[in-house]
Design a binder for this molecule. Structure first.
Ligand code: FE2
Length: 325
């Protein structure tokens, strides 16, 4: 492991020195060109390279932490693998703290400790929401329906049990989607940055409004230059701004999901493995539980208002050593 100073931007999200400064500004052509080259040459090319083995989740070594940071620095996500270690929710909470993840989001169906247990639910409110069924889950970022100020910047998802079949996660770095769209048509990116680009209608249960309508941008640059994405590919319950560029951008994203893209990662979490990410775009295939054999999918999910933060003195190992495509 190499030791070197890590610069921290205003929002506390660290940037290893290799990454050129760029704040996703559409007017900054030179900055974009430099960042684009860095981003493409540091892209992780296959699913297996996303996996970082950690010996003990309760006490990850500096080398393991650096490897995790390297992955996140490059593609905003990592798969950690405890080798089947049984992990409880307090241990996950402590693990998340190692990455500066403190502020948990309290969503509607979360358990009392704000970490959600994801499994098939046949009863109550949970069963009404797709994450608690065995159905396919369309492309989205988490918390796209959260009001401003409650953005989800990081997610930790830990697998305790696998389904008998299916339940594969698909993950796409939202910064790479920005890059692809900007190359295709920067006006689409501009349109999706508008503060009224996307509206989620109110959530009404039994005639009672439990969440008001939420309007906001898809791409938003946060103080400190971090890119946040708020998106759902659902065609119901999403109202898009009536604007030709918004419509074209949304259609382009839908075609991306239909045709697939080689930069999408596909991963079926094994027990003891988890995803840590800066709320990248993701979807999930349908799955089949088999209660007879005990193969019933069970995941823990924690959503954070914080983004993954660099650890002082730990450099994202390998971030400068990548092969240029
Ligand atoms: Fe999600």
């Amino acid at each position: 492991m190499r030791q070197r100073a890590v610069t921290n931007s205003n929002d506390g999200v660290g940037r290893a020195a290799g990454r050129p400064p760029f704040e996703f500004d559409l007017r900054d052509e030179a900055g974009y060109a430099r960042w684009r080259e860095w981003k493409l040459s540091n892209r992780i090319r296959n699913d297996e390279q996303l996996v970082v083995r950690i010996e003990n989740i309760e006490s990850p070594s500096d080398t393991e932490l650096a490897a995790i940071h390297a992955c996140i620095e490059r593609v905003n996500l990592v798969i950690y693998d405890t080798g089947g270690q049984l992990v409880d929710k307090p241990a996950l909470r402590r693990f998340a703290r190692r990455f500066g993840l403190e502020r948990l989001d309290h969503n509607l169906c979360a358990d009392e400790d704000a970490i959600t247990t994801l499994s098939v639910s046949r009863a109550g409110r949970k069963g009404e929401y797709i994450p608690y069924t065995d159905r396919r889950l369309n492309w989205h970022t988490d918390g796209y329906y959260n009001p401003p100020g409650r953005e989800i910047r990081a997610i930790l998802m830990h697998c305790e049990r696998q389904a008998a079949e299916g339940g594969e996660s698909h993950l796409f770095d939202h910064e790479l989607v920005y890059l692809l769209m900007r190359d295709e048509n920067p006006d689409w990116v501009r349109a999706l940055m508008a503060p009224d680009a996307m509206t989620i209608p109110p959530n009404v249960v039994d005639g009672r409004e439990i969440r008001g309508a939420v309007t906001g941008p898809v791409f938003r640059v946060e103080p400190g230059g971090r890119l946040h994405m708020r998106y759902s590919a659902r065609t119901r319950n999403v109202i898009w701004k009536d604007d030709p560029d918004v419509r074209a951008a949304v259609a382009w994203l839908q075609s991306l999901w239909r045709s697939g893209h080689p930069w999408i990662y596909h991963f079926r979490l094994m027990p003891g493995q988890g995803i840590l990410c800066n709320n990248v775009l993701h979807s999930r295939s349908g799955f089949r539980d088999d209660p007879e054999t005990g193969q019933t999918r069970k995941l823990y999910r924690a959503r954070f208002h914080d983004g993954v933060r660099a650890i002082e003195g730990i450099v994202a190992e390998g971030a400068e050593d990548a092969v240029v495509e």
